[in-house]
Design a protein around this ligand. Structure first.
Ligand code: AVJ
Length: 320
């Protein structure tokens, strides 16, 4: 029994590793094996993701930066000068800098699960924008959280770039937008970056690049499980696969077992048939219309949207 195995063997682990262990055992004992993409981002995975954003095939990051740069003045018009900008899942603050350079705001609240990282980033931003009140917040932005009291009476603008929304199932995406509306309050606005649906001859290479960086990013999940949970995945017996699921409007990433094999994890034997896969990520793509409908279902009103000239990526402004 998997649950007994986890309880007896994970009680010595720190809480984060124990939660990782439970999720991995739960995911690998399903009929379609699966692992959550949130576990891609250990140190090695975070570095590989930065490498992905520089690949010729991976258009989303540079295309979104282009839109934010070219349209900064128009986007800034929708952000009141006395506003507090709340960024959901703020990482390296690269994107918010493009907006702050074009437009003075009163306060910036970067929200991220990684408290140490966000504090370091906030300090650097504070040095570059001395008149901006920076209030970093360590929180899981997919769950309800309270804003710092200092920004409570300011108009709020949410910022959610990077097509991070694409990792959510449509139901989760809708619940996230509802919760963002509760957190930001009435009259708030939100700027969201969303990757657009397009030909799979462009989509698939973006997730299966010629240099094999995305393959290393995907396989790094097994390296992490071996290291942190003491499993014995044979890296040479799994291969990266990216497919476009047109019906569900999503890129799927999988790890394919290249032969029949058994992997050991916490005394459990996890069997794989040749060709069986672990589903490791969904990256949902939206048409402009389907995103607007999703936002409306979550109680928001679409205001404006911008795309690049080739209509690869979109940035939406919505109002609560
Ligand atoms: C960070 C979720 C936006 O879906 O494009 C990139 C992650 N996975 N290549 C995406 C990712 C493989 C990325 N997001």
């Amino acid at each position: 029994n998997v649950h007994v195995a986890v309880q007896t063997q994970t009680h010595r682990l720190d809480p984060n590793t124990a939660a990782f262990a439970r999720d991995v055992l739960d995911g690998l004992t399903r009929s379609q094996k699966e692992l959550s993409p949130k576990y891609f981002y250990d140190d090695a995975g975070s570095e590989l993701f930065v490498d992905i954003t520089r690949l010729p095939e991976y258009y989303p990051t540079r295309t979104e930066l282009g839109i934010l740069h070219d349209r900064a003045a128009e986007i800034a018009e929708l952000i009141p000068p006395d506003a507090a900008v709340v960024e959901f899942g703020a990482g390296a603050t690269t994107k918010i800098r493009l907006l702050l350079a074009a437009h003075q705001v009163a306060a910036y609240v970067p929200v991220d699960i990684s408290g140490d990282f966000i504090v370091t980033q906030a300090e650097a931003l504070q040095r570059d924008f001395p008149r901006l009140a920076v209030h970093p917040l360590a929180a899981d932005f997919t769950k309800p959280f309270a804003l710092p009291p200092a920004v409570r009476d300011m108009p709020k603008v949410g910022f959610f770039p990077g097509s991070t929304l694409g990792n959510f199932e449509p139901q989760e995406a809708r619940r996230f937008l509802e919760s963002a509306r509760d957190i930001l309050g009435r009259g708030a606005r939100m700027i969201i970056g969303v990757d657009l649906e397009k030909d799979e001859r462009v989509l698939v290479p973006a997730y299966d690049d010629a240099a094999g960086v995305t393959a290393r990013f995907n396989l790094n999940l097994l390296i992490r499980i071996n290291r942190e949970l003491g499993a014995n995945f044979d890296l040479s017996a799994f291969a990266h696969r990216a497919i476009y699921n047109r019906d569900q409007h999503r890129i799927e990433m999988h790890l394919v077992s290249l032969r029949d094999q058994t992997v050991h994890l916490f005394g459990e034997r996890i069997g794989f048939r040749a060709g069986e896969t672990i589903h490791t990520e969904n990256s949902y793509k939206y048409s402009l219309a389907r995103f607007r409908t999703l936002a409306q279902q979550a109680g928001w009103t679409p205001m404006r949207c911008w795309t690049d000239p080739d209509a690869m990526f979109s940035v939406h402004a919505i109002e609560a």
